[in-house]
Design a protein around this ligand. Sequence first.
Ligand code: TRP
Length: 334
Amino acid sequence: MSRPRVLSGIQPTADSFHLGNYLGALRQWVAMQDSCDAFYCVVDLHAITVPQDPAVLRRRTRVAAAQLFGAGLDPDRCTVFVQSHVPEHVELAWVLGCLTGFGEASRMVQFKDKSAKAGPDTASVGLFTYPILQAADILLYQTDQVPVGEDQRQHLELTRDLAQRFNHRFGETFVIPRPYILPGVAKIADLQDPTIKMSKSSSSPQGIVDVLEDPAAIRRKIGRAVTDAGTEVRADEEAKPGITNLLRIYSALTGEAVASLEQRYAGAGYGTLKKDLADVVVNALAPVRERTEKMLADTDHLDRLLAQGASRARQVAGVTMAAVRDRVGLLPPS
Ligand code: TRP
């Protein structure tokens, strides 16, 4: 049996991915590269749905790609590419946009959240049609499974609806993709506010551990993580969200069950837990950071890997797009 086709995307909107990205996405992407036929893209076109400084975007796109390779994606075992290098994404997004109802697009909660934050007059049409571009990303590759976080469920529903609508109207063209929301993936919370998820947009830098951060800063942030009343090291979402988060991070990085950690740290106190956790995090991220830095030291090589990824992606995307043009009735150029 052939391996399931997988596609996922991540935005190049920070100078480093954070621990939440690493544990919630990148590590799973790496794990899936052998069991699946995986395509991973750095979605720079999604990034420009909100204002970006051009030089910064260019830099962050390379840094994002370097981190994907640094985290362990192997260009010989999966396809890593930059979204804008494959023009079929935009082309299919236009066609799908013509099949999307205005009301349907208006119901996307991520748009409502983001545009509320941006203010009603500053949200762009690109931000509004963001989920349609995401549907194009997925459908171009005849994707079976899309590894994403829970927050992307609605976008996946739209993608499935659009695929079914197209197939119904124009004939079987797209595989209907399924979200692959990983069971047991650790939800990592902010170190300063453990009631919200770790996210670049929602906290001070003190609440976030970056993958590329230097060890001293990582130790400092974990040392200063907000903890809870009492002294007992015990997971309890309600009463002890801070300690629960630290235990989850520890467990996710070492594979040791939270219950076993609770036993091991019984009577040890918060300070000991934090000190050990700092070692665990520093040791887990060090090889990723080192490989990423090595990739960034040779951008010619990095750019060649991305060109190779784009060329493989275009081979697949081009076949789908040719079928789409034909089905829709676009006159072929002669
Ligand atoms: N919207 C996704 C996110 O914010 C990123 C994304 C863009 C994506 N295109 C995709 C994820 C295609 C999966 C598949 O996380």
